[in-house]
Design a protein around this ligand. Structure first.
Ligand code: 5AD
Ligand code: SF4
Length: 455
């Protein structure tokens, strides 16, 4: 940093790289907030860093491989800067603990998912002792739930953690073992954070957690998730509320009834189904049948016909035969998701599916994924084309990356829309007439009738 025209070498530079889900992105923001308070300054260049933090993911094998190769590339930076410290946090750090040092010998610190709040203290201990550290204990209450991440300057939309951990133990999933049991943040604390964010210009909040619609269940069930949404709806300036991710078995009639009724609740739900076969759903320990899922979709659409529904799907779970895969395609045909995230099943240590018979071979998984993704592309395009000619309320988030003089934003149904406009529109909601549709976005023109939102 430049101070009085000179380079100030006392300010340490921090480079954070995040792998994995939105929960990890949010945790990285919390780490940054803590380290900035301890005198660090962020850099976008790892070669300039005094401290590199890699926030890791363990959901699939591929993530772990990518993380190890990235950490390997950072090794050379230590040759140029012997004071550089490299640390890893997050799910893979929680899973591997001490073992991480065997895989990546040049690491200095490994810290688990419940230890984020202690990062400055652990780094100070590292500086003092000079010997590497590992901290992966779980806490009864995750202290980092209460750390407030600072939104990016000028951001219109941000995430707020409302709970973390998971009690479901789906057979393929590492999350419960690595994030610990479900814990919800008290409603008044969440509201305080949302009000502060609204004061900073945030217009859209996405409520974040591993299973947000069971919010409050571990603390007596009241207030529940719908109560929380209704309370946030009252906050001045918050125009849109979204949430991710939710479990079909915990989708209550009370929440379903709120779509189309609570003004700021967006007409979009991400509701991971994972498979369309009852046999596979049971092996996965999901707690619902394909028919239960179809009924929830019907209920959502009869309450709120405009709702867009997105989902997650896994192909090649152990024991998945062709008939099961066909049942998945049939469910997709029936539901017609607006969008779908799909994955090949990946064996993860510590999950119950690891020991299951009839693992599906790689070629079959790849082939099934291709078929499924081709079908979904057709559905997504159909849904996007259906928007052409209509008018959408678009919350403008920023300038389009690809075209000058174009702005980008999202519809309430979570579709990206690009349209000619100027930066003064950022943070406002405008009506856009949709003229073109693509697989990942829509394009349109702003209408004369002006802004769409008045709180
Ligand atoms: N293999 C493949 N996909 C997985 N997911 C979670 N665990 C695995 C795994 N072992 C997917 C699920 C989940 C999403 C976040 O990642 O679809 O909803
Ligand atoms: Fe994993 Fe299932 Fe919990 Fe989601 S609900 S985090 S898939 S165990």
């Amino acid at each position: 940093m430049l101070r009085d025209g000179k380079i100030d070498l006392t300010i340490k530079k921090l480079y954070i790289q995040t792998f994995g889900c939105q929960m990890n992105v949010q945790d990285s923001e919390k780490m940054a907030a803590l380290l900035l308070q301890s005198g660090y300054e962020k850099t976008d260049d790892p070669a300039m860093a005094d401290l590199i933090v890699v926030n890791t993911c363990s959901i699939r094998e591929k993530a772990a491989q990518k993380i190890c190769s990235q950490l390997g590339r950072f090794r050379v930076l230590k040759v140029h800067n012997p004071h550089l410290k490299i640390s890893v946090g997050g799910c893979l750090a929680q899973q591997w603990g001490e073992h991480f040092f065997k895989r990546v010998p040049h690491l200095d610190l490994v810290f688990g998912t419940h230890q984020i709040h202690r990062l400055p203290e652990m780094l100070a201990a590292l500086e003092q002792s000079g010997s590497r550290q590992v901290e992966t204990d779980f806490c009864d209450r995750v202290p980092s739930l209460d750390i407030i991440a600072q939104p990016t300057v000028g951001a219109v939309s941000t995430f707020v953690t409302i709970m973390q951990g998971c009690d479901n133990f789906c057979a393929y999933c590492v999350v419960p073992g690595l994030r610990g049991p479900e814990q919800s943040r008290p409603l008044p604390e969440i509201l305080r954070e949302v009000k502060t964010l609204a004061g900073q210009g945030i217009r859209e909040i996405t409520l974040l957690g591993q299973n947000v619609n069971s919010y409050g269940q571990t603390s007596g069930g009241s207030p529940d998730f719908t109560d929380l949404i209704r309370a946030i709806d009252e906050v001045d300036g918050i125009e849109r509320i979204r949430f991710t991710t939710s479990h079909p078995k915990d989708l209550s009639p009370k929440l379903i009834a709120s779509f189309g009724k609570v003004a700021s609740l967006c007409e979009h739900i991400h509701l991971p189904v994972q498979s369309g076969s009852d046999r596979v759903l049971e092996l996965m320990n999901r707690g619902y049948t394909a028919e239960d899922y179809r009924e929830k979709v019907t209920a959502l659409r009869s309450t709120c016909p405009a709702i867009s529904i997105t989902s997650d799907m896994i192909v090649g779970f152990p024991g998945e035969g062709n008939e099961d895969f066909q049942a998945t395609l049939a469910l997709m045909e029936d539901v017609r998701f607006d969008n779908l995230f799909s994955f090949q099943y990946s064996q993860r240590e510590g999950t119950t599916a690891v020991g299951m018979d009839h693992q599906v071979c790689g070629n079959v998984k790849r082939e099934r994924l291709q078929i499924l993704q081709a079908l979904q592309a057709k559905h997504t395009l159909e849904k996007n084309f259906a928007c052409v000619g209509g008018s959408e309320a678009v919350l403008v988030e920023g300038m389009s990356k690809n075209k000058p003089n174009e702005m980008t934003g999202r519809t309430r149904g979570n579709r990206i829309v690009n349209f000619p406009g100027n930066p003064e529109l950022i943070g406002t909601t405008v009506f856009v007439k949709i003229t073109e549709a693509f697989l990942h976005s829509l394009r349109g023109e702003m209408e004369e009738r002006g802004r769409a939102y008045v709180h």
